[in-house]
Design a protein around this ligand. Sequence first.
Ligand code: NAP
Length: 227
Amino acid sequence: MNKVVIVTGASRGIGREIAKKLAIKGYIVVANYNKSENQIKELQKELLERNVNIDIFKADISKRSEAKELVKYVLEKYNKIDILINNAGISQIKEFTQITDEDWNNMINVNLHNKKGCIINMSSIWGQIGASCESHYSVSKAGIDAMTKSLAKELGPSNIRVNSIAPGIIDTEMNKHLSLEELEYIKEEIPLQRIGKVNDIEKCVEWLIEDDYITGQIISINGGWSI
Ligand code: NAP
């Protein structure tokens, strides 16, 4: 049986590209979504037209019970999970003093959760250097990095590798709040002079999956924005 991969947050952006490319490559992909049912069904249809299957499963992974349902579904259907791509994430721009308890808990619950398997966590540049008006986002991503290192040590003897990818700025809906002017300003600050593409992240995911000696690493993909 081919390797079974769960990709959380696969309905849009980075997760969608990862799920799509891995399915085309022959992995058995379970693509998780929460709100964007139309988008995930469009992806499923698009792939089916190319004779490629993708399994979809709705779960709000900020809720432990629903995350468990996702894992249960995959284990009952395929009897194993080889790879977990912990990609689902949210962002929110708010000054620290304006962040409510609910905002804080929601950020931590969606962005910071753990499971078993061969794991790739989607972190962020802000987990490493901190972002103004995004303290809860930055904390959630720094938490992912710490969890990545801890789990790598804990699960290494079981031959389970755990790594994080820390993107800089990638062209997805997560950044739709930025104006063209702001994007131009950011581009000028990036040594490679461009905004990242979902494909830049997906290539690294494939490489990490195929490797067998990299663990506990936070891999920065940011065009040199932070060196
Ligand atoms: P995006 O375009 O906004 O897509 C977010 C994805 O996460 C969607 O598929 C969404 O699914 C899913 N999601 C959100 N909350 C969820 C929940 N509670 N349960 C299940 N799925 C949920 O974001 P993106 O840019 O692709 O970001 C993907 C990851 O990369 C995130 O962890 C993000 O923090 C990280 N990242 C992104 C950037 C960037 O510049 N784009 C930079 C650094 C790090 P539904 O729509 O179905 O709810």
